[in-house]
Write a protein that binds this ligand. Structure first.
Ligand code: SF4
Length: 372
């Protein structure tokens, strides 16, 4: 790693002058309510500010404090999170709220050790909450900070966490005693608005005159592009409606998209036709064979490192599958929106509701006569 060339207190001074003039006006900015700071920091991980704003506003209206969040059913929490991705974050918020109520009198602890013991509190979240909500001089490194520092110091290579300890050691003495949270937010804001991943606005940067990458003309190649590959998945699901009620099932609590609801189905195997995969998957999951599949909608969506093409078919079933209120239900079309679905399935729900509004008959006469 290249030698660091800190410019000392001047770094913090220039950064804070820039931040006070040009920071964005965001719904969580200026808040010192530890709960609001915590929620915003969790939402902002892996997600853009623009995407987070409406979710944050709605969340704070639904769950205005830790006690309310701890008492809310998981279904309501996952529904409020629907579309934001990385659902483990929502489950951790819920679990941590319950622990805070049970063990800490409903107040977010203000020491690092106790915070780190709560679900979802890693090094970054702990430092963010401590510095922004409690005014503690806790440095942090996220993707934006890492990029700014790599460029400022001219450190080539991919942006990984390998050098984070060094960055934290370097940042620690720079944090001001007054409002250290502003310093942390300013560095992240600079990365988001000026020292952007592509097309950094160096001529508007407070560090232009001291930046190693800018001096070497390397700001576009530091950090090196990531070599992470995405996996393509083709999946198929069956939408079965009987007497106006749609068959849906709940994913296991643990694992990807845990606790969310979906339509029965699964991955298409190599060489398999869509309808063959539909029959195989639905028989495996429901123990019942689907019949008369008709293409309904195809949607593309991405999550984590997967790009999924999801084919939905309307279909009937040879018999009624076993239902379980916890894991497999028939629900009215009008109630579908109250269930949390992954983004791809949510698009299918919207299509069903649009079709229902247009009175498109998805229900065959045979299925319509069957009782639910
Ligand atoms: S001068 Fe350019 S590359 Fe250097 S920190 Fe500022 S925006 Fe980033």
């Amino acid at each position: 790693m290249a030698a660091l060339e800190p410019i000392g207190p001047e770094f913090a001074r220039r950064l804070l002058v820039w931040y006070r003039r040009l920071k964005r006006d965001l719904p969580w900015r200026g808040k010192t309510d530890p709960y609001a700071v915590w929620v915003s920091e969790i939402m902002l991980q892996q997600t853009t500010v623009g995407a987070v704003i409406p979710y944050f506003v709605k969340w704070m209206a639904l769950f205005p404090d830790i006690g309310t969040l701890s008492r809310a059913p998981l279904k309501k929490i996952l529904k409020a999170w629907q579309g934001l991705g990385y659902y483990q974050r929502a489950r951790n918020l819920h679990a941590a709220a319950a622990t805070i109520v049970a063990r800490h009198g409903g107040r977010l602890p203000d020491d690092a050790e106790t915070l780190r013991a709560l679900p979802g509190f890693g090094a970054y979240t702990t430092a963010a909450v401590l510095s922004i909500a409690f005014g503690r001089r806790a440095p942090l490194v996220d993707a934006n900070v890492r990029r700014v520092l790599m460029r400022f110091c001219g450190v080539r290579g991919e942006a990984t966490a390998a050098n984070d300890r060094t960055w934290l050691r370097w940042l620690a003495p720079l944090l001001p005693a007054r409002r250290p949270g502003d310093f942390n937010q300013a560095l992240m804001e600079l990365g988001a608005l000026v020292c952007r991943p592509r097309n950094p606005r160096c001529l508007r940067c407070p560090f232009e005159s001291d930046c190693a990458a800018f001096a070497a003309g390397e700001q576009e190649i530091i950090p090196a592009p990531k070599t992470r590959s995405t996996e393509r998945i083709t999946a198929v699901v069956g939408v079965n409606i009987a007497a106006g009620r749609v068959l849906i099932q709940r994913r296991p609590d643990k694992g990807l998209l845990g606790g969310l609801w979906e339509f029965p189905g699964g991955k298409v195997k190599p060489g398999e036709t869509l309808t063959a995969a539909l029959v195989r998957e639905m028989e495996e999951e429901l123990g019942v064979r689907p019949v008369r599949p008709r293409p309904l909608i195809t949607v593309d969506h991405s999550y984590t490192r997967y790009r999924v093409t999801l084919h939905a078919f309307a279909c009937e079933l040879e018999a009624e599958p076993e239902l379980d209120p916890r894991t497999r239900r028939r629900v009215r079309l009008s109630a579908l929106r109250s269930y949390p679905f992954p983004s791809g399935s949510a698009k299918i729900v919207e299509r069903l509701l649009a079709d229902a509004r247009k009175s498109v008959k998805l229900i065959s006469p045979a299925a319509a006569g069957r009782s639910s």
